[in-house]
Design a protein around this ligand. Structure first.
Ligand code: GAR
Length: 194
């Protein structure tokens, strides 16, 4: 028996990984429903992708709030009232307030374009190239109060090739992410993780 996961997705940009999650649901490779797609960016293409799949969308635009804590309060209210099984950060480019994380322990997931614990933060592909690393990849992890530091749930890796650039690595990492994120979520549906 698998559990149908109730998900809320948070995104800030293109949403190609989110789209792969939707595709997995539609192909019945992932037993889940998306209750809401929330973006801090009203122009995020991920919102258009969501609407094309008839999914509910909500914009919580940080620029419309007087300060960061008001924005975080609005986000927290939205998340608590939706009460999903998991909040899926998919290219969400903001740090969540500590009280949001504390209110939803082990229910917030993030995908990060590096083999954590290496390279938390931004510009991961550039940093991999600068370090001359032979391996690179992506990680799904629980969100805790640190920067990309929560417990690791799953990873996929690739070999850095001689001609690779930051752009080519980003593209190839995204292809891995499109497989990894739905897979990890399906494992939760099958209760393979606690
Ligand atoms: C993904 O590569 C994801 O790992 C990264 O943003 C991209 C979103 O792509 N996330 C972070 O960097 C989080 N700090 P998308 O908008 O095409 O789905």
């Amino acid at each position: 028996m698998t559990k149908k996961l109730r998900l809320v997705v948070l995104l800030s940009g293109d949403g190609s990984i989110f789209e792969a999650i939707v595709a997995a649901i539609e192909a019945r490779r992932l037993n889940a429903e998306i209750l809401m797609v929330i973006s801090d960016n009203p122009n995020a293409y991920g919102l258009t992708r969501a609407r094309l799949h008839n999914l509910n969308t909500q914009v919580i635009n940080a620029k419309e709030y007087n300060d960061k804590s008001e924005f975080q309060r609005a986000l927290k209210e939205a998340l608590l009232s939706l009460n999903p099984d998991f909040i899926v950060l998919s290219g969400f480019m903001r740090i969540l307030a500590a009280d949001i994380i504390q209110a939803l322990p082990k229910r917030i997931l993030n995908i990060h374009p590096a083999l954590l614990p290496k390279y938390p933060g931004l510009h991961t592909h550039e940093r991999v190239l600068a370090a001359g690393d032979k391996k690179h990849g992506t990680t799904v992890h629980f969100v805790d109060e640190g920067l990309d530091s929560g417990p690791i749930i799953g990873q996929r890796e690739l070999t850095v090739l001689p001609g690779d650039t930051a752009e080519s690595l980003q593209q190839r990492v995204k292809e891995l992410e499109k497989v990894l994120y739905p897979e990890v979520l399906q494992c939760f549906s099958e209760k393979k993780y606690k």
